[in-house]
Design a protein around this ligand. Sequence first.
Ligand SMILES: C[S@@+](CC[C@H](N)C(=O)[O-])C[C@H]1O[C@@H](n2cnc3c(N)ncnc32)[C@H](O)[C@@H]1O
Length: 189
Amino acid sequence: MQLRIRLHFMLAAFALTAMAQNRPGESDVPAVPSAPEVVSAIIQLSQLNRQKLLVDLGCGDGRIAVAAAKSAARAICVENDSDMLGRARRTATAAGLLHQIEFRQVDLRDFVRDGINLAQVDVVVVYLTAELNRQIAADLERNLKRGGIVISHAYPISGWKPREIKPVRIQSTGNTSRLYVYEPNPRNR
Ligand SMILES: C[S@@+](CC[C@H](N)C(=O)[O-])C[C@H]1O[C@@H](n2cnc3c(N)ncnc32)[C@H](O)[C@@H]1O
């Protein structure tokens, strides 16, 4: 059992690294969802309320955007896989939270470059790869709202100093995930 779990994580890590080389429009990262404990920790770190806007870049099945909406915030779910985005939309509909979540089927790099006014975004969540993080870091640093935070699941952002590294223990596997919390453009919100 332990060996199977370890193999699963090795395969996931390999796929996350290998797929970072793909061209825009192709899937760069497999749809490995964040565990419920990680979603809860992200929501806690985000300190959400109805004035806040959270963006999940590569939102998968939308679990983080839906959790943010349950905390009264608005959310934008950015995903290039139409099936995943459809699932996210269905989950939001079932939860009665569709009015709080915007869904965008787009390559997250294009979205960060010119798809959104990052100056209005309070929290950006990523669970991608070190390479994808590198590709979007400069735009986030330049344009994110003052005091806005970036939470990266599993992969640190090269060259950035985290404000906090939060370990999250996953009960089902016994493994520990890490959340890297950055404030790239400090000062009060
Ligand atoms: C590891 S999953 C994380 C899903 C979700 N954020 C979570 O934490 O549960 C990464 C997601 O990013 C999406 N993705 C990968 N490359 C992308 C790209 N270039 N543009 C938009 N989405 C992308 C994948 O389809 C996948 O759903």
